[in-house]
Design a protein. Structure first.
Length: 304
C-alpha cells in the first residue's frame, strides 16, 4: 500500500519534472521565480507556460514586476503577450510612463487594425512625419485663396508622436491631416494678398499650431513646417471675367426681350392700319348705294 502511494507520487513528480522542469529551472536561474502550482494552473487553463514564463523572464530582467497572472490573463483575453512585454520594455528604456493595463488596452484596441502597441511606443519614442495632404488621397497641395483672389498652393510636414494616454479612443492621423488642411486654408484666406503668404510662410505654421489641432487625437503635434508654397491661378480675375460674361448675356437677353416687344407692337400697329383701311374701303363702297337710295326716295336730284 505504502509502496503504491509512493509510486503514484513518484509518477506525479516525474510528470511534473518532464513537463515543467526545464521551464522552472530557466525561470529560477533568470531571477523570475515561478511556482509549480502556477505552472500547473497555466496548463489547466490551456495557456502555453513556456510563452508566459519566457516573457515574464524578459520583463523581470528589464525591471518590470509583471506576474504570471497578469500575463496569462491578457493572453486569455486574446492579447499578444510578447508584443505587450516588448512595448513595456521599450517604454521603460525610453523613460516613457506606460503601465501594464494601458499597454494591454492598446494591444487589444489595435488588434486586427494592422497597428500594434509596439508601433505606438516606437512612434512615441521616435516621432514621425505626416505629409499634409496625404499623397494617397491623390492631392499634392492644399489650395487656399487670399483676399486678392490669388490661389496659394501649400504643402506641409507635420511631426507627431503618439500620445499613449489618448491612443485608445483618440482620433487617427486622418483627423490631424484634415485639421491641418483646414487651418492652412483658413490662414491663407485671411491674408490680404498672396505676397503676405510668400513673404512669411511661417505665419501659417504659427497660426495653425495655436489652434491646438491635436486635441482629442492619438497624437501630439511637435511641429508643423511649410515645405512648399506656390502661386496658383488668379481666381478673383477669373470670377470677375465670368461675372462680366454673365452680365453681358443678361443684357443681351434683356435687349432681345425689348426687341421682341417692339416687333410685337409694330405688328400690332400694322394690323390696326390694315383694319382701318378695310373700314375706309367698306365705307367708300357704301357711298354709291346711299346715293342710289337717295335718288329713289327723291331726296337727291340731278340738279343736286
Amino acid at each position: 500500500m505504502v509502496y503504491g502511494i509512493g509510486g503514484v507520487l513518484l509518477l506525479v513528480v516525474a510528470v511534473i519534472v518532464i513537463n515543467f522542469g526545464t521551464i522552472y529551472i530557466r525561470a529560477l536561474f533568470s531571477g523570475a521565480k515561478v511556482t509549480v502550482t502556477e505552472l500547473i494552473a497555466l496548463r489547466l487553463r490551456r495557456v502555453p507556460a513556456g510563452l508566459i514564463v519566457d516573457n515574464r523572464i524578459a520583463a523581470v530582467r528589464s525591471g518590470l514586476p509583471l506576474s504570471i497572472d497578469d500575463l496569462s490573463t491578457h493572453f486569455m483575453a486574446g492579447g499578444n503577450v510578447p508584443m505587450v512585454v516588448l512595448a513595456l520594455i521599450a517604454a521603460k528604456k525610453a523613460g516613457i510612463n506606460l503601465v501594464f493595463d494601458r499597454a494591454c488596452a492598446i494591444d487589444l484596441a489595435t488588434k486586427g487594425t494592422g497597428k500594434t502597441v509596439i508601433e505606438a511606443v516606437r512612434t512615441s519614442i521616435n516621432p514621425r512625419v505626416i505629409d499634409c495632404p496625404a499623397p494617397v488621397l491623390g492631392k499634392i497641395t492644399i489650395d487656399g485663396v487670399a483676399k486678392d483672389g490669388i490661389v496659394i498652393k501649400a504643402r506641409a510636414l507635420v511631426t507627431v508622436r503618439t500620445n499613449l494616454d489618448r491612443f485608445v479612443g483618440g482620433a487617427t492621423e486622418e483627423t490631424i491631416i484634415a485639421r491641418v488642411g483646414e487651418g492652412i486654408v483658413s490662414t491663407i484666406g485671411s491674408s490680404a494678398t498672396y505676397k503676405d503668404v510668400l513673404e512669411n510662410p511661417h505665419r501659417i505654421s504659427r497660426t495653425v499650431l495655436d489652434k491646438a489641432l491635436d486635441a482629442n487625437t492619438a497624437f501630439e503635434i511637435l511641429s508643423l513646417d511649410i515645405a512648399d508654397v506656390d502661386v496658383g491661378e488668379n481666381v478673383g480675375a477669373k470670377l470677375q471675367a465670368e461675372q462680366a460674361e454673365a452680365n453681358k448675356l443678361i443684357a443681351q437677353a434683356h435687349a432681345e426681350v425689348r426687341r421682341a416687344a417692339a416687333v410685337a407692337v409694330e405688328q400690332e400697329m400694322t394690323a390696326r392700319v390694315a383694319e382701318m383701311r378695310a373700314r375706309v374701303v367698306e365705307s367708300e363702297a357704301k357711298v354709291p348705294m346711299a346715293m342710289a337710295e337717295a335718288f329713289r326716295s327723291g331726296h337727291l336730284g340731278f340738279m343736286n
